[in-house]
Design a protein. Structure first.
Length: 243
């Protein structure tokens, strides 16, 4: 009996040692508009209905640790409506049923450095600011668009509903809602994709994403004219050093 028990414990330990912390990832899909690949992932293998917590920092680290066709990954940086539309289309064509009608995904942006100043935190756009905004006393959001964004609009004037740095979430987390979640819906014809600011932790609150989108950004090869210009500049510099 002891031998059987020891064998069972050994086998369990061996399995836990070789099972990756993040195992499940969808098949990457290529966006024909920019040539980049995108995939969805969660923290454990095939966890569709009871997903484990995945704080923003974990998703950021996981995305940067994987590659596809030799291209390093990063949390998705969505910089155009065409890219947003592609991700939504990919989600709707995805073969796994969502939990309810809407799924929430981490993507790679934050205003943790400067409140109200949203910037990309990974990929080729890392450090680029795309939105500066604030919330007035009535809870309405105003801001200046510096790049593409997909915050949901209010029906009142030119205000937005997000990013509102919700007071309720500030009570749960003093740092407030500093991280970007992409909401995607597979049903209906109304607004089916939008952004929301949420806290970076996961305390079993329903607004915290437990899925993320990894993007594999293909760096375009330089044109022949660019290569010629670089070669010419290097040649001139070499001649000057000799002179």
């Amino acid at each position: 009996m002891q031998r059987i028990l020891l064998c069972a414990l050994f086998c369990a330990a061996s399995l836990s040692a070789v099972t990756p912390a993040f195992a499940w990832m969808s098949e990457p899909a290529r966006n024909p508009d920019n040539g980049h690949y995108y995939a969805f992932f969660t923290k454990l293998d095939d966890e569709r209905f009871i997903r484990p917590a995945m704080p923003f920092a974990d998703a950021l680290t996981r995305a940067a640790s994987i590659s596809h066709l030799g291209i390093p990954g990063h949390l998705a940086t969505i910089t155009s409506q065409a890219e947003q539309d592609f991700v939504l289309k990919y989600f709707k064509e995805f073969g796994r049923s969502p939990v309810g009608s809407t799924e929430k995904f981490w993507i790679g942006a934050s205003d943790a450095a400067i409140e109200g100043e949203w910037r990309w935190v990974g990929g080729p756009e890392e450090g680029q600011v795309f939105w500066r905004g604030s919330v007035n006393l009535g809870g309405y959001v105003t801001g200046q668009s510096i790049g593409y964004h997909n915050w949901p609009k209010s029906r009142i004037g030119s205000y937005f509903l997000e990013p509102n740095n919700a007071p309720m979430d500030r009570r749960r987390n003093p740092d407030g809602e500093d991280y970007l979640a992409l909401y995607l819906s597979s049903y209906g014809t109304a607004q089916t994709s939008y952004w929301n600011d949420v806290i970076g932790l996961d305390d079993n609150d329903s607004s915290s994403p437990r899925l993320a989108i990894v993007e594999f950004s293909v760096i375009p090869e330089p044109s022949s004219a660019t290569l010629t210009a670089i070669s010419g500049a290097m040649l001139v510099a070499a001649c000057r050093r000799r002179g």
